[in-house]
Design a protein around this ligand. Structure first.
Ligand code: NAI
Length: 341
């Protein structure tokens, strides 16, 4: 059986706790992975390196795939987000976050099945901020036709492959007529010229968010620019049980990084109570990606086995505290491992 060299970045805060639990589950499931561990974030700084070491970037470029724990970014000061840097440097322009109800996790809705696709390289995350004069600061929102078209084409292709029916863009082009205007024009053009069979709609984001929390079942695939994608991903997580249950992935042409939507959760870090499920689901996405790109059926079989195990665990009531359960991180991992079959 082929073994895939895969970069592992434990990250900060709850990162090392959830990555330890997830790698233990993957090993118990005989996932054909060989971890190549690298640091990023505070962990890298503390070991005397850059916040995003070149060796970490080179390893991801070389191996093409990484599983990443969350990295802390200081608020209102300090270094640029490692996540933003990673996505830009590796050109991981498409973030994909599937948001679905899980059996055993009770929420207000029982029919959520959404995919959030976020443009990962532009918008207000360009990091161009200036102090014009004391007390006056600006932040530049960047949109290019190339990146808007690229993410739109990626989203329509993805929707077609996954047999999804509809793409909705959330935007604020009534106010940001140029930047968001370009984003919707590019999406509309790709729909009309290349994918007329996929239904397309565009909603102003404020009303879109209201509709989303009233009736999430009316949405299928959401396509958003960078900041809106960030915010709406967490909103969607709230529809299905919270940040502990939503996985994520970042795709470029040459590499992909799989990570949960959640952050380093400093409020619970070090307590051993974080939910490892979001990262485990991200690892399942990674195995399916390896199965698709490297034609490795063993990866698909392991992904299926792990998914069945965590679904059974949840149905049996095995839950961490964020889901109103009583298990800690390692106990939840144990219950999944017991159900691997
Ligand atoms: P957060 O996602 O870390 O936490 C928000 C809330 O959700 C907290 O109450 C936390 O305890 C809870 N939570 C998150 N993940 C959980 C899990 N797996 N199990 C149980 N509860 C969980 O967001 P916050 O507090 O805004 O950000 C903290 C740090 O994380 C910041 O430095 C931020 O920049 C960074 N961050 C990193 C991301 C990444 O590396 N991809 C993504 C989002 C934030």
């Amino acid at each position: 059986m082929a073994t895939h060299e895969t970069v592992l970045i434990p990250g900060d805060g709850i990162g090392p706790e959830v990555t330890a639990a997830v790698t233990r589950i993957l090993a118990s499931a005989d996932a054909p992975l060989n971890w190549v561990e690298h640091q990023a974030g505070l962990a890298a700084l503390e070991s005397g390196d850059e916040v995003l070491p070149e060796t970490t970037l080179e390893a991801i470029e070389h191996h093409g795939v990484a599983l990443k724990g969350p990295c802390t970014t200081p608020v209102g000061k300090g270094f640029t987000s490692v996540n933003v840097q990673l996505r830009k440097r590796l050109n991981l322009y498409a973030a994909v976050r599937p948001v679905r109800n899980l059996e055993g996790v009770e929420t207000r809705f029982d029919d959520v099945d959404l995919i959030v696709i976020r443009e990962n390289t532009e918008g207000l995350y360009s990091g161009v901020e200036n102090e014009v004069t004391p007390g006056v600061v600006t932040s530049m929102k960047v949109a290019t036709e190339e990146a808007c078209t690229r993410i739109a084409r990626w989203a329509f292709r993805f929707a077609t492959k996954r047999q999804r029916k509809k793409i909705t863009v959330f935007h604020k082009a009534n106010i940001m007529k140029m930047t968001d205007g370009l984003f919707i024009r590019c999406a509309q053009a790709i729909h009309e010229e290349e994918y007329p069979n996929i239904e397309y709609e565009q909603h102003i984001i404020d009303a879109g968010c209201m509709r989303l929390v009233q009736d999430p079942s009316r949405y299928d695939v959401l396509l958003l620019e960078n900041l809106y994608g960030d915010v709406v991903s967490d909103l969607c997580a709230g529809l299905v049980g919270g940040l502990g249950v939503v996985p994520g992935s970042n795709f470029g042409e040459e590499a992909a990084i799989f990570e949960a939507v959640h952050g380093s959760a400093p409020d619970i870090a070090g307590k051993g109570v974080a939910n490892p499920l979001a990262l485990l689901m991200s690892a399942v996405m990674m195995l399916n990606h390896l199965a698709d790109t490297r034609k490795d059926d063993a990866c698909r079989a392991v992904a299926k086995k792990i998914k069945a195990a965590y679904n059974t665990a949840l149905r049996d009531g095995a839950k961490t505290r964020d889901l109103k359960g009583e298990l800690n991180t390692e106990q939840f991992a144990d219950t999944v491992i017991e159900r691997l079959g």
